[in-house]
Design a protein around this ligand. Structure first.
Ligand code: AHR
Length: 525
């Protein structure tokens, strides 16, 4: 109906023509051309843009990952087996831990030693609940080992000291005869751990201490100097606090100082936090929303393109060679909490809208891959836009999980420019591109394309061509749902899950018919 109404407006009176085309117009009429340009080599898509974020928040760690070795829930050294198996399939490249706001109140020594000797503390940021400290440094590193991911530690700048943070990295990375390295060995891990990423503070403009940019910069220089890797073969990348949702003050201060930095301090990356939230405090529900709210949320996700563009322009001024990366190390949807849950636990359902939003976010990172080298969706299990939801011994995979799994071929692939006449999706007063697409060549030379149909009502027919090549076949999956707010539940866990998509080959091109509000990934031959 909406499409028909739009045609009437556009054709100003050509009602008969609009009506005649209405049947064909269920898919928006004509085919849309999507062309890949594989000879125009794009930047590599770092696998780290598919990173995850796990904070001590609600059921993100306790219940979501850690159930303890004595739990009836099947586990390996306290870490639940079902969650590990699900995450392995995502090829998670890195996990940011222990926060978030929690990181600036975390004291790592409380999470060492026998579980029954660890002090309980209060998680003042997130619901004032007891933090038993049973999931500490060794448990986190064991978890990473089980899922095959790398560590991104966020050190405590807000309420900690530089000595505490320096000791933590010494404990993790030093070998004999270092006393902290010996303590780690005595605690069960003789070999130094590899820590590729260290974040210096979290949201130091907000929950991390409300520091002015200049004050943060002086802290950054000190932490950067003294928090070091004691394993010369494995230095780590230092990630500085940057922008809050596109603001420029932190990024500008840090980049300007970095441009003329002296030998005693350095960074590799600046962060950006951006949530698809609409209004603050979060007021959009995760389910039971209208198509207007569907479009409003996707418009918010699309803002990320301009926000990253703004950060790039700013960083280019001080670093035209792009030595410093941008890490979008918190991103995702943030809705009102699931009714009946603790408001401080940030639990929300995850619908087909989240899947489309996740795909759009990933596409934006890929388009800016020359600068965006890392991203961490918030958060991995049971919190905000989670991959996985658990309830006691039960576990379900969310639509966002399925997107991350479908996009595994893009990890470390070379991006391939595409041309696409995206068209327009109009919902109320919201105008969005109707389609969004990215492509890449994987390390085996195979081409992949991902297409998102943002339009909440109209399917689309896409004709994919590759410049200089006749296509013979295409195989892949599509993620669609009966409704825009369809979710997976513990009673119906498979409502939203990928299905193989039928691709037709015509004259060396691939023709795909994709559903409204869908995410599709195909490999081309
Ligand atoms: O992801 C939830 C919170 O959002 C994080 O702890 C904080 O860094 C951000 O404001």
């Amino acid at each position: 109906m909406k499409y028909l109404a739009l045609k009437v407006v556009l054709c100003s009176g050509l009602l008969a023509a609009a009506a005649a085309s209405a049947a064909a117009a269920t898919d928006g009429g004509a085919k849309v051309d999507l062309t890949l340009h594989p000879d125009a080599n794009g930047p590599v898509i770092s696998r780290h843009i598919f990173g995850q974020f796990a904070e001590h928040l609600g059921k993100g760690i306790y219940e979501g990952i850690w159930v303890g070795p004595d739990s009836p829930i099947p586990n390996t050294r306290g870490i639940r087996n079902d969650v590990v198996a699900a995450l392995k399939a995502l090829h998670v490249p890195n996990v940011r831990w222990p926060g978030g706001c929690f990181a600036d109140e975390y004291h790592w020594r409380k999470g060492l030693g026998p579980a029954n000797h660890r002090p309980a503390t209060i998680n003042a940021n997130w619901g004032g609940v007891t933090e038993p400290n049973t999931f500490g440094t060794h448990e986190f590193m064991d978890f990473l080992d089980q899922i095959g991911a790398q560590a991104y530690l966020s050190v405590n700048v807000g309420s900690g000291t530089v000595e505490e943070a320096a000791d933590w990295l010494e404990y993790l990375t030093a070998g004999p005869p270092d006393a902290l390295g010996a303590e780690r060995a005595a605690n069960g891990h003789p070999a130094p751990y590899q820590i590729p990423f260290v974040g210096i503070g979290n949201e130091s403009w907000g929950c991390g201490g409300a520091m002015t940019p200049d004050y943060y910069l002086s802290q950054l220089k000190i932490y950067s100097r003294f928090v070091r890797s004691y394993d010369p073969a494995h230095p780590f990348k230092r990630i500085a606090v940057g922008s809050d949702g596109g603001s420029s003050d932190y990024t500008e201060t840090v980049m300007k100082a970095w441009q003329s930095h002296v030998w005693s301090w350095d960074i590799d990356t600046v962060s950006l936090h951006y949530y698809t939230v609409g209004k603050w405090p979060p007021s959009y529900p995760a389910t039971g929303f209208s198509e207007n709210d569907y479009a409003a949320i996707l418009k918010e996700t699309r803002r990320l393109e301009d926000i990253i563009g703004g950060q790039e322009t700013l960083m280019d001024r001080y670093d035209p060679q792009k030595k410093i990366g941008l890490a979008v190390d918190e991103w995702g949807t943030w809705f009102t909490p699931t009714p009946g849950t603790h408001p401080g636990f940030l639990e929300q359902q995850n619908s087909e809208r989240d899947a489309v939003s996740a795909a759009l976010g990933l596409h934006i990172f890929v388009r800016h891959a020359a600068r965006v080298r890392m991203a961490n969706i918030a958060q991995m299990v049971n919190v905000l836009q989670a991959m996985i939801l658990t309830q006691g011994e039960k576990m379900i995979l969310t639509p966002t999980y399925h997107v991350f799994q479908m996009y595994v071929p893009f990890q470390d692939a070379a991006s391939v420019p595409v041309s696409l006449d995206a068209g327009e999706y109009v919902q109320g007063n919201i105008h969005l591109p109707r389609l969004d697409a990215i492509a890449a060549k994987d390390t085996n030379g195979k081409l992949w394309v991902a297409v998102t149909n943002i339009d909440g009502s109209r399917p689309a027919t896409i004709e994919i061509a590759v410049e200089g090549k006749r296509l013979r076949a295409a195989h892949g999956d599509t993620l669609t749902a009966p409704h825009l707010d369809s979710v997976n539940t513990f009673d119906a866990p498979h409502t939203v899950q990928p299905k193989a998509i039928a691709a037709r080959i015509a004259d060396g091109k691939v023709v795909l018919h994709i559903a409204p509000a869908s995410v599709t990934v195909v490999g081309l031959e």
